[in-house]
Design a binder for this molecule. Structure first.
Ligand SMILES: Cc1ncc(COP(=O)(O)O)c(C=O)c1O
Length: 443
């Protein structure tokens, strides 16, 4: 693709990107509207991934854009510590109403990674406030992705994201992941096999470390970034039951699954299990302004409020931009739009059509598994011998050339289109992806 003649690419060190390959063949987008990006060379690109799983209402939606403009003209910034502005309180109330159970108190930050590290710190502070400061071990899961902070990569289970950095948190263990093509290959929706994998928490991790030393278990209810792994039937409930039996906090990282992705507002509702803490980001503001949030159950908030010295700070944690006015304005307008256009219901309603469409790719070359729930799907390809990731990435490049944005992780293609996608656009997406997959047969 062309790039502007006066645009030098070298100085920007791009995140999670093969910089040298990208800069030799850049892919630049210059504008976006609803379901499409416009590329620098003037092509319209159907967004099959909501940007990076974040533009759930589609791009440059006018009510959100206007709300941000208005806010920028009215109150650009308010100090986040020992001061406030009404927007963050309104937004917290609104989220508390939407969230399941008594997840009634919300702490704001600026990204999913910050939300995860905040949640882990709250878990440690909570046990300490209850006089159980020995509960320090954090349990994550193999293949989990919880962002890139030191907390997040420690509980995370993607080895490439860990191995370059030595100083991980010392007290961490991991559950096994739940992916098993032999048992669950080509499942539609929630796979049947694998609930027993949750028992590892009790049989191995608690048996080894003792529950009295464990603070929390963090999982993505549906693991997204590792390649769309849907939790087996009953698995999350087993985790919930074990955590309850042993006094461990259960944290759901809903950075991807929040805001309609799995067919309900939150995956906690899709899978019928309520955690003690939920992390949010991405779809919270439809990505127009970065924002993250951590919602905690009443008991956690009240414990920290009631055990801190009178009038003292209860949690020594926060960010300059916690509850930034532009972010809260964007989030309020985003939630309004989700509601006005009933986009969560739309996600649920479109899910069967989307499911049928993605599973129609089953006979394409190299496809070894397809999995889906709500408006998310993973299409796993057999890796090319000695060249993992290449086959899926080639499909990505071919789709991009043909006007479709998909996402790949390892050799899995992940689809997570904006919830405003039409049936005709689902057909178009599958058609272009099908052409690209057919060509992977030649790779
Ligand atoms: C489950 C989960 N947690 C955390 C993150 C990190 O979010 P961010 O990139 O906003 O820091 C992501 C990002 O994809 C995610 O999928």
């Amino acid at each position: 693709m062309q790039k502007p003649d006066d645009l030098a690419l070298d100085a920007h060190w791009m995140p999670f990107t093969a910089n040298r390959a990208f800069k030799a063949n850049p892919r630049l987008v210059v504008s976006a509207k609803d379901m499409h990006y416009q590329s620098y060379d003037g092509r319209s690109i159907l967004d099959g991934t909501s940007g990076l799983w974040c533009c759930n209402a589609g791009h440059c939606r006018d009510p959100i854009v206007q709300a941000v403009i208005k806010q920028a003209q009215t109150l650009d910034y308010a100090p986040a510590f020992q001061m406030g502005h009404p927007g963050s309180f309104r937004l917290a109330n609104r989220l508390a109403q939407m969230l399941p159970g008594d997840l009634d108190h919300v702490f704001f930050c600026n990204s999913g990674s910050e939300a995860v590290d905040t949640a882990l710190k709250i878990a440690l502070a909570y046990h300490r406030a209850r006089g159980q400061s020995q509960r320090q071990l954090l349990v994550g899961r193999e293949r989990g992705y919880h962002g890139v902070g030191f907390g997040g990569i420690s509980v995370g289970g993607i080895s490439a994201n860990r191995k370059q950095f030595a100083s991980l948190l010392p007290r961490v263990d991991h559950l096994p992941h739940t992916h098993d093509v032999a048992h669950n290959g080509f499942s539609k929706g929630i796979p049947a096999w694998g609930a027993h994998l949750a028992d590892e928490l009790e049989n191995r991790i608690i048996a080894l470390h003792d529950a009295s030393n464990i603070a929390a278990v963090i999982v993505e209810p549906m693991a997204g970034s590792t390649g769309v792994l849907i939790p087996p039937q009953g698995y999350l409930q087993r985790l919930r039951d074990i955590c309850d039996r042993h006094g461990l906090l259960l944290i759901f990282d809903e950075v991807i699954t929040g805001f309609g992705r799995t067919g309900e507002p939150f995956a906690a509702q899709t899978f019928g299990v309520t955690p003690d803490i939920i992390t949010l980001a991405k779809g919270l503001t439809n990505a127009i302004v970065p924002m993250g949030a951590v919602a905690v159950k009443k008991d956690i908030y009240e414990t920290l409020m009631n055990t801190a010295p009178d009038a003292g700070v209860e949690l020594f944690h926060g960010y300059t931009y916690s509850g930034h006015p532009l972010a809260t304005a964007a989030a309020e307008a985003t939630l309004d739009l989700y509601e006005k256009e009933a986009l969560f219901a739309r996600s649920k309603e479109l899910a069967p059509y989307f499911e049928q469409a993605v599973h129609s790719l089953r006979e394409m070359p190299n496809v070894v598994d397809i999995r889906n729930i709500g408006l998310v799907a993973g299409i796993e390809l057999e890796s090319k011998p000695g060249k993992p990731t290449q086959r899926a990435f080639n499909a990505y490049l071919r789709c991009f050339e043909r006007g479709l944005l998909i996402r790949t992780t390892g050799d899995t293609i992940a689809l997570s289109p904006p919830l405003i996608i039409s049936r005709a656009q689902i057909d178009e997406l599958i058609d272009i992806l099908g052409q690209a997959l057919r060509e992977t047969g030649r790779d």
